[in-house]
Design a protein around this ligand. Structure first.
Ligand SMILES: *Cc1c(COP(=O)(O)O)cnc(C)c1O
Length: 429
């Protein structure tokens, strides 16, 4: 017999039933209260730094309603594509509140980023000339370069990542050379960016990364005379997908970064460097869930529960074998007596939200709450098997539900066959 569910869902069975009357499952639901409390905690954790700004990684959850909540706490946006830049512009986000941290970047995206005044973060030294041409010959006054130290990035708890294998960023020699060239070309203020480990569930990652980047900043200032305006710690602050993991404490993380700042930057006379972050997962991940209904049970060589969602709605389990906790709404306190594979309907055997998962006995019609899908969830979706993307709903602080993105319809799916009017013909037939 296994323990009862230890990871609370922010939605009750009654709330799910009520929402499903208007917006059928599957749907995404976001917890406004949780988003706000976390955003406030992030702001507070870095309030010691005058220039601090969180640039929310738009790719994690590209929904303007949700991004507007974060903006109330001072957040800007971190973009890596044309449509993400366009979304930021359409939301009236001001130039320097937009970070453009792209890679393998098309010329027209550099041109557009410069036009709307976004801060351009160059992924490679060869992009200096490329970007200069793309923006019409005059680089912006403030720019940033992405650093990759190579090797492995390891923390004391063993969590590590492998920057040496990653396609991003410039080497140590290249970033110094890039700063020199950029200054020659009239760039006045420079930033340093690095993203060296993903989904780190430890309070050590940002402080350790900050220490490394602060030392680099002191060296680069000495070597090149650059005015280093900001250091961008990027994303990578993780969340506990599994119920036995201990969640990060952003106050401890902010304090750890402050200590490094006092130790390294302040003695070097660099006490006006702004700290930027580009968190996605940490800002939204725990505060979004995919709600789906059990529609089939199948008893063959294993026990299967078929849901009305699929990997099109949430791809992480299929793509990375990622764990997403599941709560059977209304059965929070029932013992996990069954072992199920919880599946979607794609013609792909990896379309499973959970494999050999201990859960309470599931009846057809039960609502499954798939946790921690608020970042890199909906946004990773695709249209395989002609499956359509679902609605997104905001559970507001007063408990009411608000539609913040409608579900796709067949008309949307057929809309790109210009001239064939497939949907209209079908409807007339
Ligand atoms: C994906 C990404 C982020 C956000 O990462 P999280 O792990 O969601 O915090 C930030 N910056 C860049 C450049 C990214 O590619």
């Amino acid at each position: 017999m296994t323990a009862v569910n230890t990871k609370p869902a922010f939605l009750t069975k009654e709330q799910a039933q009520e929402i499903a009357k208007t917006y059928p499952t599957p749907f995404y639901v976001y917890d406004e209260k949780g988003i706000r409390e976390n955003a406030e905690a992030v702001k507070k954790a870095f309030s010691w730094n005058k220039g601090f700004r969180e640039y929310f990684a738009v790719k994690a959850t590209p929904n303007p309603y949700l991004i507007n909540i974060l903006r109330e706490y001072g957040a800007g946006t971190d973009c890596s594509s044309m449509t993400e830049l366009m979304l930021s512009k359409a939301m009236d986000i001001k130039g320097e509140e937009i970070m453009f941290s792209s890679n393998d970047t098309p010329a027209e995206e550099y041109a557009y980023a410069a036009k709307i005044g976004a801060i351009i973060n160059l992924d490679d030294i060869t992009h200096i000339d490329f970007c200069e041409q793309a923006v019409g010959g005059k680089l912006p006054e403030t720019m940033s370069c992405r650093f990759n130290p190579g090797g492995i990035f390891q923390m004391s708890n063993g969590i590590m990542d492998n920057p040496g294998d990653s396609k991003y960023g410039m080497t140590r020699e290249q970033i110094a050379e890039a700063f020199r060239i950029l200054m020659e070309k009239g760039v006045k203020h420079l930033g340093i960016h690095a993203f060296l480990a993903s989904n780190t569930v430890t309070n050590e990652y940002y402080p350790q990364l900050a220490g490394q980047l602060f030392e680099l900043a002191v060296e680069l200032k000495k070597e090149t005379g650059a005015d280093i305006a900001f250091i961008n710690l990027s994303g990578g602050v993780g969340i506990p997908y599994r119920p036995d993991q201990v969640k990060n404490d952003i106050a401890v993380i902010g304090e750890g970064v402050r200590k490094q700042y006092e130790k390294i930057l302040v003695p070097a006379g660099m006490d006006n460097v702004a700290i930027y972050t580009e968190m996605g997962r940490f800002m939204m991940g725990p505060y979004g869930a995919l709600v789906t209904k059990a529609v089939h049970e199948k008893h063959t060589y294993k026990e299967y529960i078929g849901t009305d969602a699929c990997a099109v709605n949430l791809m992480r389990p299929a793509m990375y074998g990622a764990y997403h906790h599941i709560t059977v709404l209304g059965k929070e306190n029932e013992p996990a007596t069954e072992t199920y594979d919880v599946t979607g309907s794609l013609c792909e055997n990896n379309d499973k939200f959970a494999i050999d998962r201990k859960l309470p006995k599931i009846e057809m019609g039960d609502y499954l709450f798939i946790h921690d899908a608020g970042a890199h969830g909906y946004s990773m979706g695709y249209n395989y098997n002609g499956k359509l993307k679902c609605a997104e709903i905001l559970l507001q602080e007063d408990g009411s539900a608000k539609l913040i993105r409608r579900a796709e319809t067949p008309r949307d799916y057929f809309a790109t066959f210009d001239g064939l009017d497939i949907y209209d013909k079908l409807m007339k037939a």
